[in-house]
Design a binder for this molecule. Structure first.
Ligand SMILES: [Zn+2]
Length: 521
């Protein structure tokens, strides 16, 4: 049976800042989930990209003395380059300034206007420049500030085009209630439902050119450009070929991943837009919390920025992926501290898998250079018991992904590594090697079996961790002589009872122990 295709998206990142940890988490997570699904036989299309229109970009470009498009090109390039250097595997890098996007947004606007879902009217309200939208009184803090930007919105009055979102309120509530996994984890679904208890206001989807020129011109009024959220959200659909070459099956498999600050556009604007466009609803929205530095949300405006490439360069490749997946309970906020990062690298990567691979392979390569053959008949009850840890680790790993409990998956994996370490400690292969060196044939046979068992277990650990540590995983598999066809090792390879390991010549260098920078640095 052919497995179903899946479509995964990150938000399009707004080009007002270079990539930081918050962006990196969502993008790494989608890369990890893509690799996991591919291991289980699902073809996956993954999309990321940049959102490039709007008032903030126009103002920042002006301040930098640049044309907005040149400014957007530069920042968009930083995103593309960062993801490339971090080896994140995306099929589509989408830009909202591309001509095909502009055309499709105008097609969507024309359809909605023609069917009476867009009207022109006057509006007065609190406009937050940071959010680039009007915020209702109920959305502001007790002091009248935008909760996300901690700034007082401007009072603004203007005539704009409105998308009649309120028409779809009832249908949206019904859809969310009938589809429990539409917004996950459940507390975000409840947040959206709580918001929908109030009457939904219509969405202003245009800006007069007198105020903003950097946007997609409305096809029915050349004095206005499109509101940046209305323009950007359509990317997810447009990338599937909508409307003329719509790959509807792919679209219906879509999972959107996003941080909680943009729950409302994704949980309310977007599904009502899809209803109005008469397109099937997206499958699932999965929402994660913030990465905090201390107690503050990490964002450029608050000045607490961790640059993903810089930390990877300093602390080792793939260490950030592992830390982010291990540390964040999906849906809740997590703190990033260098102390925790360093502790995690040393405990699970340097002292964990790194040390295990090194101690086992050093003995194996020295005593059985070339090929190590494992005779099934020589396995003891203890060996068989040790090998059983593979199946339970794999099933807990998969279960963690299925339940959005990635921490559980990573814990199951590090438990497997610990179990192999214990097996090594009990079997004392170094003592067997010493006896074998004196010509003890029984010790030689036993050493071969113990090494074979360790290599099967290391193969399992490498296959299982592939989504999170793809390059380390492939380095280990290569040294073990484990080959596979296709883009990723099939997850079933974790349970393979391999009889023969054609070993490489060298122990792979995986992870180094790291230290906290000294206080003066
Ligand atoms: Zn705001």
């Amino acid at each position: 049976m052919k497995s179903a295709r899946r479509y995964l998206t990150t938000p399009l990142y707004y080009v007002n800042a270079k990539p930081h940890l918050g962006h990196s988490y969502t993008t790494i997570l989608v890369d990890v989930i893509k690799r996991h699904l591919v291991q289980r036989g699902n073809p996956v299309i993954a999309l990321t990209g940049t959102d490039e229109h709007g008032e903030k970009i126009e103002q920042m470009a002006k301040a930098a003395g640049q044309d907005p498009k040149a400014f957007a090109d530069e920042i968009s390039g930083h995103f593309r380059e960062t993801w490339k250097q971090m080896h994140l595997d995306f099929d589509i890098f989408y830009r909202t300034t591309d001509a095909s996007h502009v055309k499709k947004v105008q097609q969507a606007l024309t359809k909605l206007k023609d069917q009476g879902d867009i009207v022109y009217r006057e509006y007065t309200g609190n406009y937050c420049l940071g959010c680039e939208r009007f915020r209702t009184d109920a959305e502001l803090t007790a002091d009248g500030l935008c909760p996300d930007h901690q700034k007082k919105p401007e009072a603004r009055s203007e005539a704009n085009y409105f998308f009649l979102m309120s028409k779809y309120q009832k249908r949206l509530i019904d859809h969310i209630e009938k589809n429990p996994s539409f917004i996950e984890p459940a507390h975000y679904k409840n947040e959206v439902l709580a918001f929908l208890k109030q009457p939904l206001e219509d969405l202003s989807i245009s800006r007069p050119k007198s105020r903003l020129k950097w946007g997609i011109e409305l096809p029915f009024d050349s004095n206005h450009v499109t509101y940046v959220w209305f323009d950007a959200l359509l990317n997810y659909l447009n990338a599937t070929g909508w409307p003329d070459q719509f790959d509807q099956a792919l679209w219906e498999s879509v999972t959107h991943f996003t941080a909680k600050d943009i729950l409302k556009p994704h949980g309310i604007y977007w599904p009502t837009m899809l209803m109005a466009l008469n397109v099937p609803q997206y499958k699932t929205l999965q929402v994660h919390g913030y990465w905090l530095m201390g107690q503050s949300k990490m964002s450029k405006s608050l000045g607490n920025v961790v640059r993903p490439l810089e930390v990877e360069e300093k602390y080792g490749r793939e260490t950030l992926r592992f830390f982010l997946l291990r540390e964040m309970s999906f849906g809740l906020d997590s703190s990033f501290t260098l102390e925790n990062y360093v502790t995690c690298i040393n405990a699970y990567l340097a002292n964990g898998i790194g040390n295990l691979v090194s101690r086992v392979l050093t003995i194996a390569l020295k005593n059985f250079p070339g090929t190590l053959a494992l005779d099934e008949k020589t396995l003891t009850a203890e060996d068989k018991k040790a090998l059983e840890a593979r199946a339970s680790a794999l099933s807990q790993w998969d279960q963690g992904f299925d339940e959005l409990k990635y921490q559980n998956s990573l814990k199951a994996w590090s438990d497997l590594v610990t179990a192999v370490d214990l097996y090594v400690n009990e079997m004392k292969p170094w003592a067997l090697a010493k006896a074998a060196g004196t010509g003890d044939a029984t010790a030689t046979e036993r050493l071969k079996t113990v090494m074979g068992v360790c290599l099967r277990l290391i193969q399992a650990a490498a296959v299982i961790i592939y989504p999170v540590l793809p390059r380390a995983s492939l380095d280990i598999l290569k040294t073990l002589g484990v080959q596979f066809s296709g883009p990723a090792p099939d997850s079933k390879l974790a349970l393979e009872d391999r009889r023969e390991f054609k070993l490489g010549a060298e122990v792979p260098k995986l992870f180094m122990r790291v230290q906290l920078p000294s206080v003066d640095a």
